[in-house]
Design a protein around this ligand. Structure first.
Ligand SMILES: [Fe+2]
Ligand SMILES: [Fe+2]
Length: 254
C-alpha cells in the first residue's frame, strides 16, 4: 500500500475521507484546459486528482483534531498556532486538487460531507495523542511530502507543477510540526508516552507490504500531469520509510 497522499484522518482505526459533492467554491481556482487529452488518460487524471482532493479535504479535519489534541495535553502556543495554520494550508491543498480534478473531469467538483461518526477525537491521554501524531504526522506527512516532491520532479504541466510545489512545501512543514510535537511530548518524561511512540514507529516501519505492483501503461502521461503510478508511489513510500523516517525515528528516540 502506498497510503493516502495527505495527512490521514484516522477514525476508529480506518482512514477517513468523504465522497464527491457539490463544487460550492472548491473548484474556483484556475487550473488548465484538458480538452486535447486522450480520454482514457483524462478520466484517470480526473479520478486520481479527485481522490487526492478528498484526502486533502479530510486533512483539514485531521489538523482540527490535532489542534484539540494539543490543547488537551497543554502544548505550547507555537505548536497550537502551527497546527491551525496547517489546517488552513490543507484547505488550499483541497482547492488546488479540486480545481485540477474539475479541469480533467470537465465539470466543477467539490467534497460532500466528511463522515464524522464514530470516535473522532480518539483517546485524549498523552501516550495515545503522541502515537497518533507519529502515525499521521511523522510517518504519514513525511511520506506525503516526499511523494509530492517526487511527483513535482516528473510533472511538466505548469498548473500541476504550481499545485505540487505548494503542497510539497507545506507538507514538509507539516511533517516537521509533527516531529517537533513528538519531541516535546517525549521531553515531558512520561514513560508510557515513550512506549507508545516507539510502538507506533515500529508498527509503521515493520508493517507487511504487498508485492510491488506492475508498472502502469499510462505512467508517462500520468507523470506529466503530476500523478505517480502505484508502483512509483510504493517505491517512494519504501524509500521514504527506510531513508527518512527510520533514521529520524532513531535520532528522536536516542
Ligand atoms: Fe495537504
Ligand atoms: Fe499536510
Amino acid at each position: 500500500m502506498s497510503g493516502p497522499p495527505a495527512r490521514s484522518f484516522v477514525v476508529d482505526g480506518s482512514v477517513g475521507s468523504g465522497t464527491l459533492g457539490g463544487p460550492d467554491g472548491w473548484a474556483s481556482l484556475r487550473a488548465l484546459d484538458a480538452g486535447a487529452l486522450d480520454p482514457a488518460l483524462r478520466a484517470r487524471l480526473a479520478e486520481e486528482w479527485s481522490r487526492d482532493a478528498l484526502f486533502e479535504h479530510a486533512s483539514v479535519g485531521s489538523f482540527d483534531r490535532f489542534s484539540l489534541h494539543l490543547l488537551a495535553v497543554a502544548a505550547p502556543p507555537s505548536l497550537i498556532e502551527d497546527a491551525h495554520q496547517a489546517a488552513i494550508d490543507e484547505i488550499l491543498h483541497a482547492r488546488l486538487c479540486f480545481a485540477l480534478a474539475s479541469a480533467y473531469a470537465g465539470e466543477p467538483l467539490g467534497p460532500g460531507r466528511l463522515p464524522l461518526e464514530g470516535d473522532v477525537l480518539g483517546r485524549l491521554d498523552l501516550p495515545s495523542i503522541a502515537a497518533a501524531a507519529v502515525t499521521e504526522g511523522c510517518v504519514g506527512e513525511t511520506l506525503a511530502s516526499l511523494e509530492a516532491a517526487t511527483a513535482l520532479e516528473r510533472a511538466t504541466v505548469p498548473a500541476v507543477r504550481e499545485a505540487l510545489q505548494q503542497i510539497a512545501d507545506d507538507e514538509a512543514r507539516h511533517a516537521e510540526l509533527a516531529w517537533r510535537f513528538v519531541r516535546w511530548a517525549l521531553d515531558l518524561g512520561d514513560p508510557d508516552a515513550r512506549v507508545a511512540v516507539e510502538r507506533a514507529f515500529r508498527e509503521a516501519l515493520d508493517a507487511q507490504r504487498p508485492p510491488l505492483p506492475e508498472e502502469d501503461p499510462l505512467v508517462e502521461g500520468l507523470a506529466a500531469h503530476g500523478r505517480l503510478s502505484l508502483r512509483q508511489k510504493r517505491l517512494s513510500f519504501d524509500e521514504g520509510l527506510v531513508e527518512v523516517v527510520a533514521p529520524a525515528a532513531r535520532a528522536l528516540l536516542g
